[in-house]
Design a protein around this ligand. Structure first.
Ligand code: SAM
Length: 167
């Protein structure tokens, strides 16, 4: 996405269609997006999943005062373990969990498999679209779009964000 925080929360708000929960993967130490989303009071509850211990603690420091926010300390490749938190409710997912190393593993395949498994009309925004065809350890963009189509999602790639909306 173009800028962090405020701009991202504008984009998220533009995809809000009454979803109950916001679920982010990759909180970051400032938890900026999570904070901006919570300020808007659109969702019943906002979750973010962060694998890095220091980033998680800093994220907690920046969000513990906020209502309706939960930080989960885990790799988002285990997203399926947390699906019961948002059972039978539509969510707006913002997938942004990754390292800064182009050769490092990305959890996007497991994240998408977990989300596609739930037929409750989730909407999915995936940050850093350009990296899918640039970073060797990431799947190709064409793979993501084919998976989305096969699972009943319309897709658009714009401003470095992959946008998947249930058909
Ligand atoms: C670009 S930052 C996130 C920024 C944040 N979403 C925001 O908008 O303010 C990416 C984050 O993903 C985290 N991360 C990397 N691999 C992860 C994984 N497997 N599961 C969860 N988080 C991960 C990194 O530690 C880092 O904090």
């Amino acid at each position: 996405m173009v800028d962090e925080g405020a701009d991202k929360s504008d984009l998220i708000a533009s995809y809000y269609t009454g979803q109950t929960y916001f679920v982010e993967t990759g909180c970051g130490r400032a938890a900026e997006t999570l904070q901006r989303v919570e300020e808007r009071e659109l969702f019943d509850h906002a979750f973010s999943i962060e694998v890095d211990h220091f980033n998680y603690l800093m994220g907690l420091e920046n969000t513990w005062r906020l209502n309706n926010v939960t930080l989960i300390h885990s790799g988002s490749e285990y997203l399926s373990m947390f699906l019961d938190f948002w059972k039978e409710e539509p969510c707006l997912f913002c997938l942004d969990a990754h390292s800064t190393d182009p050769n490092a593993y990305t959890p996007i395949r497991e994240e998408l498999a977990a989300i596609f498994y739930q037929p409750w009309g989730h909407t999915i925004l995936i940050d850093d679209a350009r990296l899918f065809d640039e970073w060797p350890a990431w799947p190709d963009l064409s793979w993501v779009l084919a998976e989305a189509e096969a699972n009943g999602f319309d897709h658009e790639v714009k401003d470095d964000v992959i946008r998947l909306v249930p058909r």
